[in-house]
Design a protein around this ligand. Structure first.
Ligand SMILES: Cc1cc2nc3c(=O)[nH]c(=O)nc-3n(C[C@H](O)[C@H](O)[C@H](O)COP(=O)(O)OP(=O)(O)OC[C@H]3O[C@@H](n4cnc5c(N)ncnc54)[C@H](O)[C@@H]3O)c2cc1C
Length: 356
């Protein structure tokens, strides 16, 4: 029997699309499918005979957390395995810190608007920011939510197992920190909720400070004078807002013929009018950032632009920094899919598994 599991960029990736008749019981879940369920503060259930747990959830971002609440509600003896920090992308490297930065920007723009301030009868001589202060504001908010999330799961009696989780065989999962002996637990069902990571196109070398992804940008370790943002999806757009509010100039590089190609056209038009046109933002559309060389030995970052259709070189930008915002890719490395005979085809789009 073939079992097809579709990745984040396709459609269903949760319980409903899967058949459960295979002996290695694995389920995938992603945020798109997770439902908010209020779990009662009952204790973690008693496991079915002969297993340590009824359910193990590998990865605790919002998807894993949704699965935890559902499992508690169903009275399943449940453990989570988290290889990094509870809360995953959204809490630590996504929605939460990015919205914290956007809130700062909103205030900055308000203070910078002489006209607006005058209308309120206020006089502000110069709005300035402290980079560390802004960074701390975003980090503190993320830490607070992360700790609330951890405490709420502890209160529900969930076992929090720390380290990278790997499925080693049917109904067996190992976990452990690098350099420490592995622990192996037996489990009836496993949910993989290992989420996405930043997708970096081939040939682009990401390095701290000058060629970065949103993971680095959210730390706000550097506010460049001029930054190219490769990709004009929602992440690129959010960062154009962050950087321009803090004084940077932004150049978008977009492979398709228009900015924000993935947006609803009406929303795209509105975003262009309100968030792009009035700001220090220019753009190149219909081009790929083919080769990006990080800043080195006093030289700037170079970005070679090629025509998306003809593949001819169109321009080379010399710029302070480049943010790669070309989307997110499903993360399945190291979770042991091979041990279950899962074959990945076209990474992040389609997974196919043959079950005996
Ligand atoms: C800058 C930015 C802004 C965003 N803003 C928004 C927004 O405003 N609204 C919105 O809806 N979405 C937003 N998103 C998207 C949102 O953050 C993601 O869709 C969501 O976090 C995905 O959740 P997840 O639980 O599927 O994966 P994740 O949150 O990535 O969680 C997966 C977890 O699995 C862990 N893990 C991976 N492999 C293993 C392993 N082998 N063993 C143990 N643990 C493992 C990881 O450490 C991680 O904690 C944003 C994303 C970014 C990058």
């Amino acid at each position: 029997m073939n079992l097809r599991l579709y990745g984040l960029r396709n459609e269903a990736f949760g319980f409903s699309g899967l058949t459960h008749s295979c002996s290695n019981r694995v389920r995938f879940t992603s945020r798109e499918n997770s439902k908010r369920i209020s779990a009662s503060a009952e204790n973690n259930g008693t496991p079915s005979k002969s297993f340590d747990y009824d359910l193990i959830i590998i990865g605790v971002g919002v998807s894993g957390h949704g699965a935890v609440l559902h499992a508690v509600e169903k009275g399943l003896k449940t453990a989570i395995i988290e290889g990094d920090v509870v809360g995953g992308t959204c809490v630590n490297r996504g929605c939460v810190p990015s919205k914290a930065l956007l809130a700062v920007n909103g205030k900055m723009r308000e203070l910078q608007s002489e006209h607006h301030m005058k209308a309120l009868g206020l006089q502000v001589s110069a709005a300035e920011y402290d980079r560390h202060g802004v960074e701390d504001h975003a980090n503190n908010l993320a830490s607070k939510i992360q700790s609330n999330l951890t405490n709420s799961m502890k209160a529900l009696g969930i076992d929090i197992l720390t380290g990278v989780g790997t499925i080693v065989g049917p109904q067996k999962v190992k976990y452990g920190k690098v350099g420490f002996p592995d622990n192996i637990v037996t489990v009836k069902d496993t949910i993989i909720a290992t989420g996405p990571v930043s997708f970096v196109p081939k040939g682009i070398e990401v390095g701290w400070k000058t060629v970065i992804t949103s993971d680095h940008a959210l730390k706000l370790e550097y506010v460049p004078d001029w930054i190219a943002i490769v990709g004009s999806g929602y992440i690129g757009l959010e960062f154009s807002d962050v950087y321009t509010a803090l004084g940077s100039e932004v150049t978008f590089i977009e492979a398709l013929d228009q900015l924000m190609p993935g947006f609803d056209p009406e929303i795209g038009k509105l975003a262009q009018r309100v968030l792009i046109n009035p700001r220090k933002i220019d753009y190149h559309t219909g081009v790929f950032a083919a080769k990006i060389t990080p800043a080195k030995d006093g030289k700037l970052v170079t970005v070679e632009l090629i025509d998306a259709k003809t593949k001819e070189t169109k321009d080379t930008l010399e710029i302070d920094a480049t943010l790669i915002a070309t989307g997110r890719d499903l993360f399945t490395n190291g979770i042991g899919l091979k041990n279950l005979n899962v074959v990945t085809q076209r990474v992040s789009f389609l997974l196919m598994r043959e079950c005996e």
